[in-house]
Structures are given as C-alpha cells and as structure tokens.
Design a protein around this ligand. Sequence first.
Ligand code: HXC
Length: 267
Amino acid sequence: MSIFKDDILAGRVALITGGGSGINFGIARALVAHGAKVALVSRTQEKLDKAAAELSPDGSQARGFAADVRDADALQAAIDQTVAAFGGIDILVNGAAGNFLAPAAQLSTNAFKSVMDIDTRGTFNAARLCFPHLCKSEHAVILNISATQAFMPTPLQAHPGAAKAAIDKLTEDLGLEWGPLGIRVVGIAPGGVEGTEGMKRLLPPGMEDKMKKALPLGRFTTTDEIGQVAVFLVSDAACYVTGATLVVDGASAMPLSGVFWGMMRGM
Ligand code: HXC
C-alpha cells in the first residue's frame, strides 16, 4: 500500500545492486509499483531471474544482470546490458553489502577487506561507471544504502560500520561534486529490517522478542517501509535533497534508547 501516485516514476530506469533480495528487493518492488523499470544486479543469475520474474513476469519492467560489484568489468557489462534493455539509467541504488558478526580481534585482514570491497568500493564502482548515463538523465539520483552502524558504535560490527561510514561520506562528497551536473546523491540508513538475510545473520538466536522490546517503536521496520522512503527520495518530491542520508530506524540508534525502553518494558 503506497500513498504515492502509481506513475510518479514512469519512464525512469533504476539499476539496483544487491537487488535480488532483502531491503534492495523491497526497493525494487516499490520502484516498479510506481512505474520504474529496474535492472537487478548481484552475483547469482538464477536468483536474479527469479526475483525479476516476481516483479515483472514478461520482463518488460524488471530484468536481472549478474555481476559482482567488486569486478568493474563485470559491472560495466551489467550496466551496458541495462542500457541496451531499457534505454538508459536514471536511478542507481547501491545496495550490495556483505556482513557477518565477528570480533575485530578475530577478523582476518581479508575478511575486513571483503566487506569494505563489497560495500564501499562496490558503491564507488557503480556510481563511477553509471556516471556517464546519469549525466544524460533529467532525473538522475544515486541512492546509497547505509546502516545505523555507520554512526552508532556496534559490537562485532567494526567492518560494516567502517564500510557504511565511508559510504555516507561518499554520499556527501558525490552530492557536492555532482550536484551541478544534475545528479542527486542521497542515502538511507535503516535500523533492523524484518525478515532480511542481514537480520538473520546479525540477530542472536532467541533474542528477537527481547530486542524488539528495547526498540522505541517496539518492532523492526519492513522492506515495504524502506521501499516507500526510497520512492520519496528518488522522486521529484525530494529534488532539493542531496548529500544527505536519512536515518530510518524508529529512533533505535538514539543514545540510551535501548536502555530506556528496555527498562520501561520490564526487561
Ligand atoms: C569471520 C568471515 C566470515 C564470518 C567470511 N569471512 N564469513 N570471517 N566470520 N562469518 C571471511 C573469510 O574467512 C575470508 O577471509 C573473507 O571473509 C572473504 O570470504 P569469502 O568466503 O572469500 O567470500 P566473499 O565473497 O569475499 O564474501 C564473504 C561475505 C559475503 C562478506 C561473508 O558472502 C556476505 O556477506 N554475504 C552475505 C550477504 C548479506 O547478507 N548481505 C546483507 C548484509 S546486511 P580469509 O582470511 O579466510 O580469506 C547489512 C546491513 C545490516 O549490510 C544492518 C542491520 C541493522
């Protein structure tokens, strides 16, 4: 259910990295529901084909093109396929991300590098390679998916925290540099999102109900809710928003939020 008009993104093409599942698939679903055509890009073609078919059984509004965002040549090929299929790129959603819980003292240097490469370098790669196409669009926008770990120190999350903080900085710097060219650069920093692979990996088993009690709104957010925020940010309603990351976490990353609501709800 959306409060936005069905056709506010009609005629626009979005390339969504990590678009085959989770938050990014929720964003893809919301963009398609408002008229956009979407290219889903991630590592596994089979998974992408299934996701694209769910959004658009005849392929007219959604296609999947496999590429690892760490591999610039493969990413360029996926971008070329998107432009060949849909005629251009107006919206880039940088959603591809890697994550797992690990104490920094036990994290190998390669494990740290893997997450930085997928999240931060992947975001730069896609932005840089889509840049020539975005320059041709009258509605160009890059939406970077961050996380609250970027600004809220989080145990066992030094690697994605550093990667997402760097992404937020890219949102600011690219917003500044590319504003005059008509390209907006914005971000969303979600808190926990119900039912995603990320949450499955990060939530200690048996802790879900307790964690929800410690959240101000008493629940996690959903992929549909993040999708609605994405529709706003990539639409013309947000035409003066650039260089900024919107926190969509139900105030859960506020200092002492968990302690206060945990106590109030008798934990
Ligand atoms: C410690 C680990 C590890 C783990 C992998 N590594 N998993 N180290 N604990 N659980 C190490 C490996 O040992 C290796 O280091 C290095 O990371 C690279 O691993 P590879 O297996 O070679 O695979 P690679 O393709 O580079 O990527 C691995 C991966 C990725 C980063 C784990 O597969 C991944 O994250 N997939 C999940 C995708 C996902 O769930 N995305 C949503 C993220 S949620 P060595 O030294 O052995 O070579 C998110 C925001 C959450 O980002 C916000 C919630 C509030």
